[in-house]
Design a protein around this ligand. Structure first.
Ligand SMILES: [Zn+2]
Length: 400
């Protein structure tokens, strides 16, 4: 019997890291104890009582990262990437797919991807029956151009049968995605989301419809994804300020998500929004077959990018763990309270000489970059992988 006999037996202690747990208002040096796959204790000093101890002093100990906008219906949809690859590289424990699948092919996603992966994978179900079917390096076919492609009752039925994994409805709005159907696609998606009482994640693309028209239709808890897209059709008006419709949407509880991707992060937009006090609610990658090769890369890279735009480390972690968990209505995830699943991401912050680039080629030097150290998923240590695109630019570790 280890220790005094009074201390509970732990499976592992993470010793001395800077624990950032926004849900529980914790930010400071603490030990974290894991037992039975759950957080067993968080305190300035925990007596290991014979349990294994991993020294993480100088590192950041965060809730397991949640990427709320990914495409991971791997090998069955042309835009998707391997969820294991992306989780290892970006130190995530939870990936949320943003509408790669629709009612017509969701079962394959569930049986051949979600159930085969150790990671927690959830989905926004596309209101379009085939999901995003025509997206690849040199193919781009809209999935929401015809009313017949969006049978609301089929979306609702599929969600009702799969509420354990489906966390909302997805629709892409604008440009070639909706074509002549335009706002009709948004109306159908809202009808589906209302019927199942779940959030809608709405993609904003090129006009028509305008950014203001789309956000005006969103309800509290709905998510506007690609919130810092560049002009044309950005969140910034001609006066250089955030659009009034965007402010009004935030006030009624609409959430704004980064979803960098290949076309949806412009420094000009981001800097104007931040200058006007309009921070994102959620940070996500929109990682897919093109974005995975940069300049978006993955969630961790985009967290570093926003850190260098002036968000605090605490905010960046909040927007990539706690707040996405709440947005998908999974409050058990995204925090490090006692009893929660032991989903933990350990990071180091490095000085860096990295030059970040947005989707229109604007560059900014970044002085700070986050790197994965370790990931625990339900208490099990998972592999983390190298990030070759950042490695040449890393300086000293910044001690927390
Ligand atoms: Zn996407």
């Amino acid at each position: 019997m280890p220790g005094t006999g009074h201390s509970p037996s732990f499976d592992l202690i993470l010793r001395g890291g800077r624990v950032i747990d926004p849900r529980n208002r914790r930010d400071g040096a603490s030990d974290v104890a894991i037992a039975g796959g759950r957080i067993a204790a968080v305190a300035p000093h925990i007596d290991a009582g014979g349990a294994p101890v991993r020294n993480v002093a100088g590192s950041i100990v965060a809730p397991g990262l949640i990427d709320i906008h990914t495409h991971v219906y791997h090998k069955a949809t042309s835009l998707s990437v391997d969820p294991g690859f992306i989780a290892r590289r970006s130190a995530c424990t939870t990936l949320v797919d943003a509408g790669s699948a629709g009612a017509g092919n969701y079962d394959g996603f569930r049986d051949y991807v979600m159930r085969q992966s150790p990671y927690r994978i959830f989905a926004f179900l596309n209101v379009s029956f085939p999901g995003i079917f025509g997206f690849d390096k040199d193919v781009s076919i809209g999935e929401a151009t015809l009313r017949a492609m969006l049978p609301v009752h089929r979306c609702v039925q599929k969600i009702e049968a799969n509420r354990d994994r489906i966390v909302g409805v997805k629709v892409r709005i604008g440009g070639i995605v909706t074509g002549d159907l335009g706002l009709g696609a948004l109306e159908l998606a809202l009808e589906a989301a209302t019927a199942v009482d779940l959030p809608l994640m709405a993609h904003i693309g090129t006009a028509p419809p305008s950014y203001s028209t789309v956000v005006d239709m969103l309800r509290p808890g709905d998510i506007l994804t690609h919130c810092y897209r560049p002009d044309p059709n950005s969140a910034i008006g001609e006066d250089g300020k955030v659009l009034q419709a965007v402010r009004a949407a935030r006030e009624r509880g609409v959430l704004f998500d980064i979803a960098h991707g290949m076309g949806a992060f412009g420094y000009e937009t981001a800097e104007a929004a931040l200058k006007d006090g309009f921070k994102p609610d959620l940070i996500s990658s929109d990682v897919h077959v093109i974005a995975v090769e940069g300049p978006g890369y993955d969630l961790l890279h985009i967290m570093s990018k926003l850190l260098n735009c002036g968000l605090s480390l605490h905010e960046v972690i909040d927007m990539s763990s706690n707040r996405p968990a709440l947005a998908i209505q999974r409050p058990d995830l995204g925090h490090l309270g006692v009893g929660a699943p032991a989903d933990i991401t350990v990071l180091n912050e490095h000085d860096s000489s990295y030059v970040f680039e947005d989707v229109v080629g604007t560059r900014r030097q970044g002085a700070r970059i986050l790197q994965p150290v370790a990931v625990y998923l339900g208490g099990q240590e998972m592999e983390v992988s190298r990030r070759p695109f950042e490695e040449a630019f890393l300086g000293h570790t910044h001690h927390h």
